[in-house]
Design a protein around this ligand. Structure first.
Ligand SMILES: C[S@@+](CC[C@H](N)C(=O)[O-])C[C@H]1O[C@@H](n2cnc3c(N)ncnc32)[C@H](O)[C@@H]1O
Length: 245
């Protein structure tokens, strides 16, 4: 974080305030300027911890897909990554948030506006680590995207998503139909939520040699009961690491 004396803190505060509501993450600009309240800060710290990302990323190249304001991308840079590329479709003013933070931190995180469905090694090159958190459930073609992600990953994919928790048949590889963010679903399709079994099979099919579950939804059995009582599958956080070798 940059707390050097040459920062015009009042100007920065005004810029951050002008973007209030557009930030997704608790970006800490220093000098008391943080974009989200304490409970969001706590949630993101917890997410970071649960994701089990190596503390030392020295020498690694990392692709962050669906980066929004860059919270995780900046963290990878802080952990020593050699190159970080943040990509997103950046609907709305998310890119402005990212750019403000990038400028303030004097960061070298690169950025590219790119739909995850259009990922290719020709466009992006390859990366030691690919990170995608909170992305899968926005996708119209999740399996296709995972296959494309595999082509740009040389070591490991870290994926965090909401997973589907049905009342029964949880071990069946199921995924909810979601036409995509650009389609008006009238609230009928909350998102592309896979069961853990679906994600495991999809990662295998995409060409990852092995995988490990680093976090499963908490309160799963309560959610299953809820799913049974409401006749509606519930959802919960799932984090997996998938390895090329
Ligand atoms: C729930 S936010 C997750 C942000 C951040 N990765 C995190 O986990 O906190 C989803 C992000 O994915 C982006 N996104 C949605 N659909 C996308 C797509 N097809 N390709 C790339 N990014 C997409 C959104 O713009 C948004 O920034």
């Amino acid at each position: 974080m940059d707390s050097s004396a040459d920062v015009d803190w009042s100007a920065l505060r005004r810029k951050v305030e002008a973007l209030q509501g557009e930030f997704h993450s608790p970006i800490d600009f220093g000098n008391g300027i943080v974009t989200k309240p304490w409970h969001v800060q706590r949630r993101f710290s917890r997410r970071l911890r649960l994701m089990n990302i190596p503390a030392d990323l020295s020498g690694k190249t990392i692709l962050d897909i669906g980066a929004w304001d860059g919270y995780f991308a900046f963290e990878f840079e802080r952990r020593g990554a050699k190159r970080v590329l943040a990509t997103d479709v950046w609907n709305g003013r998310g890119l402005e948030c990212f750019l403000l933070a990038r400028e303030h931190f004097k960061s070298n995180v690169e950025y590219l506006t790119l739909d995850a469905h259009d990922i290719s090694a020709e466009k992006l090159g390859t990366f030691d680590f690919v990170f995608c958190a909170g992305l899968l459930y926005h996708l119209r073609h999740p399996l296709m995207v995972l296959q494309k992600i595999r082509t740009v990953t040389t070591e490991r994919l870290i994926i965090e998503t909401n997973s589907l928790i049905p009342a029964v048949h949880e071990s069946t590889p199921m995924i909810t139909f979601f036409p995509g963010d650009d389609f008006d679903t009238h609230g009928r399709h909350p998102g592309t939520f896979p069961t853990q079994a679906w994600l495991a099979d999809a990662l295998h099919l995409a060409g990852f040699a092995r995988q490990e579950v680093v976090y499963k939804p908490s309160w799963k059995f309560v959610k299953k009961l809820q799913a049974f009582a409401t006749n509606t599958p519930q959802k919960g956080r799932l984090i997996m690491h998938a390895y090329v070798q």
